[in-house]
Design a protein around this ligand. Structure first.
Ligand code: CA
Length: 227
């Protein structure tokens, strides 16, 4: 499953260098130049990780990290703070607010990639697992197969991707816009109710084994997979 990274950084040079090098390492990058833009993007997409600059023109990185970590919708998204050399106190404050790691500018692309992978391994172990299993429902990410106990469940490609995304991120609520972005991609124009259609199909396929109940509707927000 591809990894989406949101970088919030006002220095265009750093933003461009990070975007360029991380794309080459296979990550999808979304860039924002200030906190307000970052927050707006967060309403529409779901990043797997946020690179957050400490000095930003509007809301500073520390305050934004604190705000995200205190928000039910965003608290599980890992954050790596980008700090300038000599801001030792800020690093400690950054980790106090719940940031998962920090990296000091200037940093090498290799170091950044290694830090990102380490944080992802720690915070979202399902990403790198071949087989994810939740309460007897098993999804093989490599073999593209789903089993409920020992019976194979046949799913269409979209329903498979939907279930895969929800199983990689269990117990988290996603809006229809976020699911559209992650399953269909941001360059495709599809109406939000398309998500409901595919959720319905997914539930129907899971129903014979009573796993449809794991796909929950969260009123006014979207959907969640819960054990
Ligand atoms: Ca800055």
């Amino acid at each position: 499953m591809s990894v989406n990274i949101l970088i919030i950084e006002d220095e265009s040079g750093v933003r461009e260098m990070v975007s360029f090098t991380l794309k080459r390492q296979g990550f999808n990058i979304i860039a924002a130049e200030d906190s307000q833009t970052g927050l707006k993007i967060l309403g529409e997409i779901f990043p797997d990780l946020i690179l957050l600059d400490w000095m930003l023109p509007d809301i500073n990185g520390i305050d934004l990290a604190r705000r995200l970590k205190g928000d039910e919708r965003y608290k599980d998204i890992p954050i790596i703070m980008l700090t300038a050399r000599g801001e030792e106190d800020d690093k400690i404050r950054g980790l106090d607010t719940g940031a998962d790691d920090y990296i000091t500018k200037p940093f090498s692309p290799r170091e950044l990639g290694a830090r990102i992978n380490a944080v992802l391994r720690r915070t979202s172990p399902s990403h790198s697992k071949d087989v994810i299993s939740i309460s007897g429902l098993t999804l093989d990410q490599k073999g593209h197969r789903v089993h409920a106990h020992n019976a194979e469940i046949s799913l269409g490609p979209t329903e498979f991707k939907l279930l895969q995304f929800l199983m990689v991120h269990p117990e988290r609520v996603f809006s229809r816009a976020q699911l559209l972005d992650r399953i269909w991609g941001s360059n495709v124009y599809i109406e939000e109710r398309t998500v409901d259609v595919h959720i319905r199909r997914l539930r129907k396929a899971l129903e014979p084994m009573a796993y449809d109940r794991m796909i929950q509707t969260v009123r006014g927000v979207g959907y969640r997979l819960s054990a």
